[in-house]
Design a binder for this molecule. Structure first.
Ligand code: L34
Length: 291
């Protein structure tokens, strides 16, 4: 079993991005500018946004965090989005999800200018991705593809089973893995809450990508010997063994499953750090223009 070290790869990618930013600056161009909008004070969202801002600093991007209270109205948030769309100093921005229940995520995401949509969530970018046109790829799936690439894990002709069909992970993941290319070309099965015989499906996976959002859902009896397991889940569960009072676990029961795998991502330190660097990659593209 080999651990897929997302943290290590993220450091490497950030170094490459920093080099690229230095080249831009040496040519007299300004650094990319990412804005992150955070509504409310969900502790997990705060951590993720803080990591995004810190990562920007590490690679020499300009970044701005815009914080609003959980009781802001949808109209007010749409006005913020409109301002960001028109602000020529901003290359790309994200609205961190989830949003408070009284604000429609769909409405907000649809209002983002697709050229600045570095999350890749706007239907314009989703459509481009599906048809294979240059587009901002959603950060988590793009980060997973990057991990498979950097570890040179064979994917062509393999059976990839994705568990979870969310717009931000499962669905785009299934699309990316089924595309043509040396680090794709999989046969893909997309499983979800209505799938019958989920265990039998999972057992057929050469590459199992788990993004359903249930702590330690995937157990050893669901994983084929030698499979590659990518754990997208991240949950804070109570623990009396840590200072914070919680520990992080994924959607996979790591202790049980790891010995069966050829490769596996840990939580933390697997997919999460790659989500952040993919966002940086998109922001650099937003600065330079999509190629
Ligand atoms: N708009 N909303 C928007 N874009 C996104 O790309 C996200 N996502 C997801 C939630 N909402 C979003 C993120 O940023 C999940 N996510 C995310 C980002 C970073 C990490 C995890 C999820 C991450 O850094 N994880 C660390 C541990 C962090 C911790 O201590 O909690 C890890 O090593 O997995």
């Amino acid at each position: 079993m080999e651990l897929i070290d997302g943290k290590k790869i993220a450091v490497k990618v950030k170094q490459e991005l920093a080099d690229e930013v230095n080249r831009l600056k040496a040519n007299g161009e300004r650094a990319p500018h990412l804005v992150a909008v955070l509504v409310g004070n969900d502790p997990a969202s705060e951590t993720y946004v803080a990591s995004k801002v810190k990562a920007c600093q590490e690679v020499g991007f300009k970044s701005t965090e815009m914080r609003y209270s959980a009781d802001m109205t949808e109209e007010q948030l749409l006005a913020v989005v409109d301002r960001l769309n028109r602000d020529t100093d901003v290359d790309g921005y994200i609205v961190q999800l989830p949003l408070p229940a009284h604000i429609s995520e769909e409405k907000v995401l649809m209002a983002i200018n697709p050229d600045k949509d570095v999350d890749g969530f706007h239907p314009c970018n989703v459509g481009k991705m599906v048809t294979g046109l240059p587009a901002y790829l959603p950060a988590t799936p793009a980060g997973i593809v990057e991990l498979l690439k950097r570890y040179d894990i064979p994917t062509q002709g393999k059976h990839c089973v994705v568990i979870g069909r969310s717009n931000i992970v499962g669905t785009p993941m299934a699309v990316l893995m089924s595309r043509k290319g040396r680090h794709a070309d999989c046969t893909v099965t997309l499983c979800h809450s209505r799938t019958q015989n989920l265990k039998e499906m999972a057992l057929q996976a050469d590459i199992l990508i788990v993004a359903l959002g249930k702590p330690q859902f995937v157990t050893a009896d669901m994983v084929k010997e030698g499979a590659v397991v990518i754990d997208v889940g991240i949950h804070r569960i109570a623990s009396d063994k840590t200072k914070s009072g919680f520990r992080l676990v994924g959607d996979v029961d790591f202790e049980q499953v790891a010995p069966k795998c050829s490769y596996i991502t840990p939580v933390p330190g697997g997919v999460g750090p790659m989500t952040i660097v993919s966002l940086l990659q998109n922001t650099l593209e937003a600065r330079k223009g999509l190629s």
